[in-house]
Design a protein around this ligand. Structure first.
Ligand SMILES: *[C@@H]1O[C@H](CO)[C@@H](O)[C@H](O)[C@H]1NC(C)=O
Ligand SMILES: *[C@@H]1O[C@H](CO)[C@@H](O)[C@H](O)[C@H]1NC(C)=O
Ligand SMILES: *[C@@H]1O[C@H](CO)[C@@H](O)[C@H](O)[C@H]1NC(C)=O
Ligand SMILES: *[C@@H]1O[C@H](CO)[C@@H](O)[C@H](O)[C@H]1NC(C)=O
Ligand SMILES: *[C@@H]1O[C@H](CO)[C@@H](O)[C@H](O)[C@H]1NC(C)=O
Ligand SMILES: *[C@@H]1O[C@H](CO)[C@@H](O)[C@H](O)[C@H]1NC(C)=O
Ligand SMILES: *[C@@H]1O[C@H](CO)[C@@H](O)[C@H](O)[C@H]1NC(C)=O
Ligand SMILES: *[C@@H]1O[C@H](CO)[C@@H](O)[C@H](O)[C@H]1NC(C)=O
Ligand SMILES: *[C@@H]1O[C@H](CO)[C@@H](O)[C@H](O)[C@H]1NC(C)=O
Length: 381
């Protein structure tokens, strides 16, 4: 299936096609953006980043995000891990598939045990977005989400995401607005990293990547389904959730008795939500991910107040990585724990925790504007 030509011609709002030199998608439907030290590719399906090349310490360009070679596979992949896509209109979990606004209770679809995950089965990460603007260094995708098409969320929402690249940097900006009534809105870029691009010959797990989050001193306690219980805990130095007191390898706590089931029943490692300090300089890096093996480091700057980290416990070992990754002659399977998803966002399930004071950042009335902005800067260690 090629979803490009018909949708593409209908959806590009004239400008891109009218300009000679404006980029066209390749045969697989990918748009390519390039700047010094970086090359990124995107498809309209779920506004997905498919490939991201940056240079390692030895000068080798590596494709450091998860994805598929076959762009037609994204829509039909039964596992659908939301690879580098925009889930919406309300990301992550909604406890018990229920929330209320102004004393009216709304029911969302329970698609993750007793809870809703990524807005249920008509989520934005399963839709073809429109391409509304494109140049060699920037692309804008847009989506109109009709009332109740994200099941249980009423009122139309218009949204767009702009990805751009500049020297060593990937910048992401998202906007959304409710067109008629109060509705939950919370977005993220659900990016999965593997800074060795699976090319470290002896180890494809994420445990030897190093993470540093100097502003992340609080973490949500979660239940067996990875839903926040409501308690936000201070993180002591060297605790399993401590990435603030010093940079730690992601596997540093693997010997701890609570490493198993740390991210819900049957889940080891991390699938949690860290809150950043309220008073911080939002222009400074809040998270650094690095790998000694490739020498690549990635710094996140974001206007968001929290981050979700997931260390890919649920990978079944059967999905393959891309031909741009790995080592010639070896198999291509992504192991359990083979990646980390990093999702800057607001507090998970904040619509059900008024005591957290997040309602003003998660519920939007008619004409109220939601904005999300982050950038990743790449370098070497
Ligand atoms: C975009 O890149 C293509 C291929 O490198 C080039 O031919 C074209 O002139 C560029 N367009 C602009 C507007 O810079
Ligand atoms: C790409 O994926 C689609 C959907 O699963 C499939 O029909 C097609 O055969 C695949 N193409 C290749 C080259 O594997
Ligand atoms: C969970 O949601 C159901 C409706 O789906 C509701 O009847 C029930 O009271 C809710 N339970 C809790 C504990 O909120
Ligand atoms: C919601 O219900 C409470 C308790 O009955 C009431 O005090 C409050 O005014 C109601 N809020 C709205 C927006 O209707
Ligand atoms: C998103 O929607 C698709 C299509 O309906 C569905 O298959 C998928 O399970 C949904 N994603 C989640 C996380 O529920
Ligand atoms: C793309 O634009 C067309 C034409 O305006 C519209 O009908 C369609 O719903 C849009 N698609 C999305 C995903 O918003
Ligand atoms: C929203 O969609 C769900 C599922 O289709 C349906 O059960 C519910 O009645 C709808 N709500 C409204 C207010 O239309
Ligand atoms: C990769 O490294 C991790 C952390 O040291 C270790 O637990 C795992 O067994 C290693 N995997 C392989 C295949 O060597
Ligand atoms: C990888 O991580 C494990 C567990 O944290 C550690 O014991 C080991 O020394 C690390 N290996 C390398 C090569 O850094």
């Amino acid at each position: 299936m090629r979803f490009i030509p018909a949708v593409f011609v209908a959806s590009v709002l004239g400008s891109a096609l009218a300009h000679p030199g404006a980029p066209h998608p390749d045969a697989e439907g990918r748009y390519t953006l390039e700047a010094e030290g970086i090359k990124a590719q995107f498809i309209p399906y779920a506004a997905t980043l498919t490939n991201l090349w940056v240079k390692g310490a030895d000068g080798t360009a590596r494709d450091i995000v998860l994805g598929y070679d076959n762009t037609s596979f994204y829509p039909v992949d039964p596992g659908h891990p939301v690879y580098n896509a925009i889930p919406g209109r309300y990301v992550n979990r909604i406890g018990n598939g229920t929330y209320s606004i102004d004393n009216v209770t709304y029911l969302t679809q329970k698609n993750d045990g007793p809870n809703t995950l990524h807005s249920g089965t008509n989520n934005w990460s399963f839709r073809n977005w429109n391409v509304s603007k494109v140049s060699n260094s920037s692309i804008t995708f847009s989506i109109y989400d009709a009332s109740n098409s994200s099941l249980g969320m009423l009122g139309g929402v218009t949204s767009s995401v702009t990805y751009s690249v500049s020297k060593n940097k990937w910048h992401i900006s998202m906007d959304a607005v409710s067109n008629d009534q109060k509705t939950p809105i919370m977005l993220t870029q659900h990016t999965y990293f593997q800074l060795d691009a699976f090319a470290r010959p002896d180890n494809r797990t994420i445990w030897n990547h190093t993470l540093y989050m100097p502003e992340a001193k609080r973490v949500m306690k979660i239940d067996g389904n990875a839903l926040p219980t409501g308690e936000i805990a201070e993180i002591p130095a060297d605790d399993i959730s401590d990435f603030w007191s010093a940079p730690h390898e992601l596997g540093f706590a693997s010997g701890n008795s609570n490493f198993e089931n740390n991210c819900g029943n049957g889940c080891h490692g991390y699938n949690g939500n860290w809150a950043f300090n309220n008073k911080r300089d939002k222009r400074k890096s809040v998270l650094t991910l690095s790998s000694k093996w490739s020498g690549i480091k990635a710094d996140l700057v974001t206007d968001q107040d929290a981050v979700v980290l997931y260390t890919c416990n649920w990978n079944d070992g059967k999905a393959e990585f891309k031909s741009s990754q790995g080592v010639a002659g070896q198999d291509k399977f992504i192991p359990r724990d083979g990646c980390i998803a990093i999702e800057a966002q607001d507090y998970v399930d904040g619509i059900n925790h008024p005591e957290w004071g997040r309602l003003g950042k998660q519920i939007f009335g008619k004409g109220q504007k939601y904005h999300w902005e982050s950038s990743w800067t790449f370098g070497t260690i």
